[in-house]
Write a protein that binds this ligand. Structure first.
Ligand code: FA5
Length: 341
């Protein structure tokens, strides 16, 4: 049996040489040290040996077991080291390569323009008031002095929802009523920025979805001079001190008198071109003195209070400031356009 143990040890150690991965190593362990291995069988047979043979065979069997276990551990460690070395070689991190700079995001030109408008008007004491984009017919038209079938409604082609009387606001002016009803009879000086929606023929200057910034000032003794002063100062600070501005008489049912403000066309310098449709001017906002009916609908007595309102188109302002020729660039997400801001 001692010879058998010698052979067993030799063969086991020889076959360990050929185990080249973890799987083979585990197979070897089961074959030579597992419950059913020849070595364990010898341990099982110890009891049936003659008494005097038991100690030498037992001692030798333990030696072989110890030797095989030590050989297994050594091989296991050697394989682990080899795998590690191979991984270090193949997955080596080349720290000498220059790092890739992270691409920084940037603000959309509309956001930049909106923030500038907030800053300029904020300096004049206007606070931002948020108002909803889904409106009732009454707020979008009726309370702004445009009862059903009023011809002025034709100016604002509208997206209606499937709920009768509920629509996407065509302008930020319905916010005027919300803010007035909240604060009347206190004086007000707010701007109401946000998205507007119109069922429009999309063109270089018209989108179906666009921003507006509404302005509203209500108080005692507010006059058209305040409106003009505010908007002239606003235009100078948004563009430059020498910008040419004109107030053009217009009509809005919710203001009286009403005007539109034009800025001299940046492209042709006022001579007339495709962008300004030959007029030399580009419209950026509508404005006027708040109509007495609207004041009353908002909760103010028109005999005691007066006010002015305006509705700026920030996309148009951005087009002028950055010489953008087509409003559609704002929505197409073309990186070549967006990366310029
Ligand atoms: C109005 O929407 C009025 N609510 C403005 C107003 C407010 C007047 C308060 C008086 C008092 P208008 O439809 O002209 O008016 O639009 C105002 C501005 O929004 C325009 O000058 C323009 O800059 C911008 N705008 C209008 N329609 C579009 C469009 N389809 N695409 C992009 N900008 C637009």
């Amino acid at each position: 049996m001692l010879d058998q143990l010698d052979t067993l040890e030799r063969q086991a150690l020889a076959s360990l040489e050929s185990a080249q991965d973890d799987e083979a190593l585990q197979r070897w362990k089961i074959a030579h040290l597992g419950r059913n291995s020849p070595l364990m069988k010898i341990f099982d047979q110890l009891g049936s040996l003659p008494k005097e043979e038991r100690p030498p065979v037992g001692r030798r069997a333990n030696q072989v077991k110890g030797a095989l276990e030590a050989a297994f551990e050594a091989k296991n460690e050697a394989l682990r080291q080899a795998t590690l070395q191979q991984a270090l070689q193949t997955e080596r991190l080349d720290v000498s390569l220059p790092g890739r700079p992270p691409v920084l995001g940037r603000l959309h030109p509309n956001t930049i323009t909106l923030r500038m408008i907030y800053r300029v008007l904020g300096d004049m004491g206007f606070q931002v008031f948020r108002s909803r984009e889904v409106e009732s017919d009454d707020y979008n038209f009726g309370l702004l002095n445009m009862p059903p079938h009023h011809p002025a409604r034709d100016m604002w082609d509208t997206f209606h929802t499937t709920t009768p009387g509920v629509l996407l606001r065509t302008h930020t002016s319905p916010g005027q009523i919300h803010v007035m009803r909240l604060y009347a009879p206190e004086p007000i000086r707010v701007i109401l920025p946000g998205m507007c929606y119109r069922y429009e023929q999309v063109s270089a200057r018209k989108e179906t979805q666009f921003n507006q910034v509404e302005g509203l000032a209500i108080g005692r003794h507010i006059t058209m001079a305040d409106l003009k002063g505010t908007l002239v100062d606003f235009s100078r600070r948004m563009f430059n001190q020498d910008v040419h501005i004109r107030f053009r008489a217009s009509h809005f049912p919710f203001t009286e008198p009403s005007a539109e403000v034009d800025i001299e066309c940046y492209l042709c310098g006022g001579k007339g071109c495709g962008v300004c449709a030959g007029s030399g001017w580009l419209e950026i906002l509508g404005c006027g003195m708040v109509h007495p009916v609207v004041l009353r609908n908002g909760g103010y007595d028109p005999y005691k209070f007066s006010g002015f309102a305006f509705g700026i188109g920030p996309e148009r302002v951005a087009m002028l400031r950055h010489r953008i020729e087509d409003i559609r660039y704002f929505w197409v997400n073309d990186m070549r356009f967006l990366e310029q801001f």
